[in-house]
Design a protein around this ligand. Structure first.
Ligand SMILES: N[C@@H](CCSC[C@H]1O[C@@H](n2cnc3c(=O)[nH]cnc32)[C@H](O)[C@@H]1O)C(=O)O
Ligand SMILES: [Zn+2]
Length: 432
């Protein structure tokens, strides 16, 4: 039996208090087996958390991890033009090897900034699953179906593939990988297809993840075509339920917030992407007040442009206050909870809290830095002052993914070089 002791540090507990404690994790079960006073626990191996804060591994509730290859390729445009003019033409050239290289780069970036779980939407999902398996992280994966601009056969095959991938990969990597059925959005998948395929997903008890109410341009055509708000339309198709979470949820009115709360549908809030694409401000405090589970996602690196969940927590707090016109809205402990426990609840993992019995998914933050001095309130620091580069160690499922800022699960230099090479060749092909 192999046990790892995270020792010498302070620990963020589920009630958002901080205490001096050691954390013992079992590398066999992948669980936290004890959180106790310093000096009372022993392990076979140790991780030094002195001058550090042990926090739950962060949960990135919405991303497209392989889009690291498109980072900085096309900026400063609204969603529709950005997708159609820049992203989709380049994505059409992506090979399985490109996606593997981009996913590995994204996972290395996540490990280096304390993220241990992600919810991803993309294609060539086997490659992403293999990369996640090697990374030792947890993920909810899926194949994203789009039907606009496709003939009936191609459209149906996309949705069928989304069902097949969700069935095939669920439980992979020893249970660290779970899956969702993924219609891309309410405007990029036609109604007849949703009505045909969503019941099949529900019959198989598959969870569902889709983009919804991201921009105003997405809301108007649904209201025009269906005479109802997008989430009322989604509910009509049975898309909303306790195992569904939508990405964005920016332009939601009160009736839609109620629908999300009543159906138990979650929201993956993506503040940086919403600001960068000028999509709008999600009413996060209203969603939380209504009882909706809201997590935080980076979205892809092409609309962010990094995968640092600490940036994202700060952005969520800032834009949440602006949206509510209230400086007390979306406060520090709320964003930390969104990036940990809420994200884990959306993804369906027993992670997101440092507590006996929970998954041993954690990060150790180095507090020995000028920008983290003085230390009046460490929860405030997590929300407003810590950067991803302050993470000293990252652990998932009891395994050390990064120790003293050295990534142990990948050859980081090789991953970076391969991703750069693939990105350069991709852009050249797409330009031809
Ligand atoms: N199989 C699909 C690919 C969909 S993957 C998921 C898609 O979501 C796109 N994406 C990334 N960020 C956003 C966003 O914020 N809103 C909507 N789509 C996005 C991403 O570029 C990718 O094309 C096809 O045939 O086009
Ligand atoms: Zn997205």
């Amino acid at each position: 039996m192999s046990e790892l002791l995270v020792t010498g540090g302070q620990v963020l507990r589920p009630d958002m208090t901080v205490e001096r404690a050691d954390v013992l994790v079992s590398q066999d079960s992948g669980d936290i087996v004890a959180v106790d006073e310093p000096g009372t626990l022993d392990g076979d191996d140790e991780l030094d958390a002195s001058d550090g804060l042990v926090i739950p591994g962060l949960v990135n509730a919405h991303t497209h991890v392989a889009m690291t290859l498109l980072r900085g390729l096309a900026d400063d445009k609204p969603l529709d033009a950005w997708l159609q003019e820049d992203v989709w033409p380049v994505e059409a050239e992506l090979t399985a090897e490109d996606i593997r290289a981009g996913a590995e780069l994204g996972l290395v970036e996540m490990i280096r900034s304390g993220t241990t779980a992600l919810s991803d939407m993309y294609f060539e999902v086997e490659e992403i699953a293999d990369a996640v398996d090697q990374a030792g992280m947890r993920a909810v994966l899926g194949f994203t179906a789009v039907t606009v601009g496709k003939d009936d056969e191609a459209a149906r095959s996309d949705l069928q593939e989304s069902l097949d991938v969700a069935r095939r990969l669920d439980g992979a990597a020893g249970g660290r990988i779970q899956t969702t059925f993924q219609p891309h959005s309410l405007t990029t998948v036609g109604e007849a297809y949703l009505r045909e395929f969503v019941p099949q997903a529900l019959e198989d008890d598959l969870s569902i993840h889709l983009h919804a109410n991201e921009t105003r341009d997405e809301v108007t055509p649904i209201v025009d075509d269906h005479g109802q708000r997008p989430l009322a339309y989604a509910d009509d198709i049975s898309l909303l339920d306790g195992d569904t979470y939508v990405a964005h949820g920016v332009h939601v009115d009160d009736s839609e917030i109620d629908l999300l709360a009543e159906t138990g549908t979650g929201v993956a809030h993506c503040p940086a992407s919403n600001m960068k694409l000028a999509s709008g401000m999600a009413p996060v405090q209203d969603l939380l007040d209504a009882g909706v589970t809201v997590g935080i996602g980076t979205d892809g690196a092409a609309s962010n442009n990094d995968l640092d969940m600490f940036d994202e927590m700060r952005d969520a707090a800032m834009i949440g206050k602006l949206a509510a016109d209230d400086a007390s809205a979306v406060d520090a402990s709320t964003v930390v909870e969104m990036a940990t426990a809420n994200g884990a609840a959306l993804l369906g993992f027993d992670s997101g809290r440092i507590e006996t019995g929970a998954n041993a998914d954690l990060a150790v933050i180095d507090l020995d830095a000028p920008h983290l001095t003085p230390a009046h309130d460490l929860v405030s620091h997590l929300a407003y002052a810590v950067h991803g580069s302050d993470v000293r160690h990252t652990v998932c499922d009891g395994e050390v993914l990064m120790r003293d800022r050295t990534v142990e699960v990948f050859d980081e230099q090789a991953v970076r070089e391969r991703a750069s090479d693939h990105a350069a060749a991709l852009v050249e092909r797409a330009g031809d």
